[in-house]
Design a protein around this ligand. Structure first.
Ligand code: ADP
Ligand code: MG
Ligand code: MG
Length: 205
């Protein structure tokens, strides 16, 4: 996997988040402050602009640029959290990037996210989509699955993880202020994390 695949990943994510912006914002309206769709749409538009302006030469540079831009431009909890995932991935990734290397860097990214946000699986956050995706990638590596199928399985795991947040009670972020009233709604950050993984699957399809 070369830098162009990573640029394509963020371009696809920007497109998908833009298309799903209203759904993400509706989810956030139910248990948060109704800005998740606009937050991420703005952030990813900025990421695209940054990548267009000076196309990075390595996957690590793409991830570092995306992470820094999301931290700087997304007003809201999700910017620094996503930013931490991509910045850690940038640090961990060794070139040339193999599926095993990607999976290991992704796992490091999720660990960095958990360290920053102090959320664990079951807290009804983006962690509930990203952790199963990371596990799916690790299993795909173990089983010798090809990149395309591995990313498809990760996307499916993230989507299932996002849906599994519906019956959960939020213990982190704004939604946690609602207590039991957070039950019955999909977490917006988990939904957007599933879009990130769907975007990844789409670029190697
Ligand atoms: P804000 O809540 O500041 O308005 P967003 O609406 O952009 O930010 O993002 C909300 C999402 O961020 C939540 O749906 C959740 O998935 C995620 N989130 C919030 N706090 C945490 C945390 N401590 N750890 C992990 N994810 C979190
Ligand atoms: Mg919000
Ligand atoms: Mg907000």
């Amino acid at each position: 996997m070369e830098a162009d695949v990573f640029v394509a990943w963020f371009e696809a994510a920007a497109r998908m988040v833009h298309d799903e912006r209203d759904r993400l914002t509706r989810l956030d309206a139910a248990i948060g402050d109704a800005d998740h769709g606009t937050n991420l749409d703005r952030g990813l538009t900025e990421v695209r602009a940054a990548l267009d302006g000076s196309p990075p030469e390595t996957p690590g540079q793409v991830l570092a640029t995306a992470g820094a831009t999301l931290i700087r431009r997304v007003g809201g909890a999700s910017g620094p959290l996503y930013g931490s995932v991509f910045r850690q991935m940038a640090k961990s990734l060794e070139s040339p990037v193999t599926l095993a290397g990607f999976a290991a860097a992704f796992e490091d990214g999720v660990v960095a996210l958990e360290r920053l946000g102090k959320a664990v699986p079951g807290d009804k956050t983006m962690v509930d989509a990203l952790t199963p995706a990371s596990r799916a990638l690790a299993l795909a590596v173990r089983d010798g699955v090809g990149v395309r199928e591995a990313f498809r399985q990760a996307a499916r795991a993230a989507e299932e993880g996002a849906k599994a947040t519906i019956p959960m009670q939020a213990r982190k972020g704004r939604a946690s202020y609602l207590g039991e009233r957070s039950v019955g709604h999909e977490d917006p950050g988990a939904a957007s994390a599933a879009l990130f993984m769907a975007a990844l699957a789409s670029v190697v399809a």
